[in-house]
Design a protein around this ligand. Structure first.
Ligand code: KG4
Ligand code: ZN
Length: 347
């Protein structure tokens, strides 16, 4: 019978649990968003997040089992995010996973949240190593060479903000709710004149695989201020600005991936993961880059790009298949770089 894993994710503001099979079948993928809890504060408040995870986790796990039509006894593995993330939240999910593992006498694996994202394209697609991976989320923007499970070479990362942060902060300036990325994408669809606003192109001409997004945020603030009259911005101006920002971010991400592919031939695919990888314009541009390089573009569906339990269950399965079993003293880690033990390659 196929091994079934329970994956638990609580590193930010989503309480999530999923049941996934070693045959890559997702039997359930329950995500409980805390967005409303944080809305009045304009961002994720760690203490509120931890409390909300605690309140939701038992029900979310119960729902994941129910929707998958399985019981605890059917599980062969428990996996939970052990970091990086907001420590209070990570502890809630990690402790829940460990307690279940101890109580049910099932193997346990503490998963690196970033590895969850990094391996998610192998859950959604039949993808072989090595692949070039663009990992873009609310807290991270990295280009990695994924050579195997646990083998990631960092080729480039952001020198300031993350791509998702740039989407979120710009959306906030436009008065959109958080998380801002999907809202900004929606608004940009209404743009009548997407080419109207000129945006700076970060690190243009620089021979690097790194990203920079803080200048874009500043540029957005200046352009929004210029369009604001009596504290209001016209919807058509906001839509044109949203479109300009989205195109610039997508262009920056795909430009770096193009360069990375030129430097690292022999990969099976260009893959993208993390919340920002669900952005339609970004996906379209990356697809073109991959096509021009003669390789496929692989990105999970949106529900597997943003934080979820299925990617944690899958990363657990991948590690379990390599023989890993974690003791129950695995620590919760606020910081846990994915390429921790690998050397950064200079471009
Ligand atoms: O991976 P994720 O769910 O959480 C982290 O690990 O950070 O990524 C969340 C980020 C947020 O910044 C959110 O605004 C962004 O991903 N995001 C998007 C889209 N969907 C989510 N950004 C642009 N376009 C989207 N459609
Ligand atoms: Zn994430």
């Amino acid at each position: 019978m196929t091994l079934l894993a329970l994956g638990i994710e609580t590193s930010c503001d989503e309480t999530a649990a999923a049941i996934v099979g070693a045959d890559r079948k997702i039997l359930s993928n329950v995500v409980f968003s805390q967005v409303l809890d944080h809305a009045v504060h304009g961002g994720v408040v760690p203490e509120i997040a931890a409390r909300a995870h605690l309140n939701a986790i038992n029900e979310v796990v119960a729902q994941a089992l129910k929707q998958a039509n399985v019981t605890f006894n059917d599980l062969g593995l428990i996996a939970a995010t052990a970091g990086p993330g907001l420590i209070g939240g990570v502890m809630v999910g990690l402790m829940t996973g460990k307690a279940l593992s101890a109580q049910l006498d099932k193997p346990f694996i503490g998963v690196n949240h970033l590895e969850g994202h990094a391996l998610s394209p192998r859950l959604s697609h039949d993808l072989q190593f090595p692949y070039l991976l663009l990992l873009v989320s609310g807290g991270h923007s990295q280009i990695l060479l994924a050579e195997g499970v646990g083998q990631y070479k960092l080729l480039g990362s952001t020198i300031d903000d993350a791509a998702g942060e740039c989407f979120d902060k710009s959306a906030k300036l436009l008065g959109l709710p958080q998380p801002g990325g999907p809202e900004l994408e929606k608004l940009a669809r209404d743009a009548k004149n997407p080419a109207r606003f000129d945006m700076p192109r970060p690190l243009i001409g620089k021979k690097t695989l790194d990203f920079s997004f803080s200048g874009l945020k500043t540029a957005m603030r200046e352009r929004i201020d210029a369009c604001t009259v009596d504290g209001n911005i016209k919807r058509e101006d906001a839509a044109d600005l949203a479109s300009a920002l989205q195109t610039t971010i997508a262009g920056h991400l795909s430009d770096r991936c193009k360069r990375a592919l030129e430097e690292h031939r022999g990969v099976t695919a260009l893959a993208a993961a993390g919340g920002v990888a669900s952005n339609g314009v970004t996906r379209a541009m990356l697809e073109l880059v991959a096509k021009n390089a003669g390789i496929p573009f692989v990105a999970p569906p949106s529900a597997l790009c943003t934080d979820n339990g299925a990617m944690i269950a899958w990363a657990g399965i991948e590690r379990f298949n390599m023989g890993q079993r974690d003791a129950l003293d695995v620590a919760a880690r606020p910081r846990w770089p994915l390429a921790e033990n690998t050397v950064r390659i200079q471009s």
